[in-house]
Design a protein around this ligand. Structure first.
Ligand SMILES: NC(=O)c1ccc[n+]([C@@H]2O[C@H](COP(=O)([O-])OP(=O)(O)OC[C@H]3O[C@@H](n4cnc5c(N)ncnc54)[C@H](O)[C@@H]3O)[C@@H](O)[C@H]2O)c1
Length: 346
């Protein structure tokens, strides 16, 4: 299969690109290379005959039309997005432009290409989305595919809007769409502005480790390579028009997650005082969702997927990866906004 992956120079997109090439799929990686992109992430496949790269913006319809015509993909996996909640609080416009208008543009380009090919039934447009569209849970309960949308940040609202567009293009035009809504990912190549890399890198630098609010917010953590496996499974075996929730069943309070990372560092890179001494509670994110948790029964029962990496194992691997790959993350720390406290509405 030839897959057009958007956002393939980002964190999750690059895991999808690496896995798809390893599985023998041809991949066209379409990415405009924002601050969050890093072509190092796909270096291991960049010389592979199955891999091609197109630097293009999903907001640029002419480029999309050219890329569809030139590469003739069998499927689109759409991951390109502005993805950082804190940045969406400071600058929501980019999130509406890329996540909403860009997705619209990509849907229209895909629809034009698919129509010109005689509307093949085995074409797929796979939209990769987030559990954040469902809003915030209390102490109990899980998000199912039928949970009403209730996004509460500019980021999650833009992803909810793009999910609605994708469903509408499926219903109205018959474009063969599938959707996935996934919980928080972590693992190698996670951009150094997100929680887990911030904790590891601040700990190693001897800097304060910031924890928002009281650290009580709960997230369901999934190792990124498990997510990539689930995505390829949904692409190839998911039912048209259906959405699948993906989660690791690994709920952790932020403060417990941070303490676990500190304990792993204490063992791997011991120093005179425990890394947890560097933890500092800082002003909470405005509108910080309390808890996300996924009911992943549909993808498990219908497609046979389940997470294979426990959060303990995944955190161990991730910490080791950052210890071994300073050449990857050090240059990224110089990019605009990285290391700054963002999203305080100040
Ligand atoms: N990170 C998570 O925990 C998580 C969880 C569930 C869903 N998702 C979704 O998965 C997708 C990927 O997330 P990620 O964490 O890898 O994001 P990321 O920020 O690491 O990567 C996004 C990539 O998209 C590219 N991009 C951004 N705007 C673009 C545009 N206008 N045109 C072309 N390329 C553009 C960037 O250059 C970057 O390479 C996103 O759609 C996100 O909403 C993320």
């Amino acid at each position: 299969m030839k897959i057009l992956v958007t956002g393939g120079a980002g964190f999750i997109g690059s895991a999808v690109v690496r896995l798809a090439v390893a599985r023998g799929h041809a991949v066209v990686n379409l990415d405009c290379l924002t601050y969050a992109a890093c072509l190092e992430n796909v270096k291991s496949v960049s010389d592979n005959a199955l891999y091609a790269f197109e630097q293009a913006d999903i907001r640029d319809r002419a480029s999309l039309d050219r890329i569809f015509a030139q590469h003739a993909p069998d499927a689109v996996m759409h991951l390109a997005a502005e993805s950082h909640v804190d940045r969406s609080i400071d600058g929501p416009a980019a999130f509406i432009d890329t996540n909403v208008a860009g997705t619209f543009n990509l849907l229209e380009a895909a629809r034009a290409w698919w129509s010109a090919q005689g509307k093949p039934a085995d074409f797929r447009f796979h939209h990769i989305s987030t559990d954040e569209v469902f809003g915030s849970l209390g102490a109990s309960g899980l998000f199912t595919e039928d949970t009403p949308y209730d996004p509460r940040s500019p980021y999650s609202a833009s992803k909810a809007a793009s999910d609605h567009l994708v469903r509408a293009w499926g219903e109205t035009y018959g474009l063969p769409v599938v959707l996935t809504n996934c919980s928080n990912n972590y693992g190698p190549y996670h951009f150094p502005e997100k929680l887990i890399p911030v904790v590891i890198l601040n700990a190693l630098a001897g800097k304060p480790i910031p924890v928002y609010g009281a650290g009580e917010n709960v997230r369901d953590w999934l190792y990124v390579e498990d997510h990539a496996e689930a995505l390829l499974l949904v692409l190839t075996r998911g039912a048209v028009g259906r959405s699948y929730n993906i989660g690791g069943g690994n709920e952790r309070r932020n403060i417990d997650l941070v303490r676990s990372i500190c304990a792993i560092l204490d063992a791997k890179r011991p120093k005179a005082t425990p890394y947890a001494d560097q933890i500092r509670f800082v002003t909470d994110r405005p509108g910080h969702d309390a808890r996300y948790a996924i009911d992943a029964r549909r993808i498990r029962d219908e497609l046979g997927w389940r997470a294979s990496v426990s959060v303990e194992e995944g955190l161990n691997r991730t910490v080791q990866w950052y210890l071994d790959n300073a050449d990857w993350w050090q240059p990224l720390q110089a990019r605009a906004g990285v290391g700054d406290r963002l999203g305080t509405r100040a």
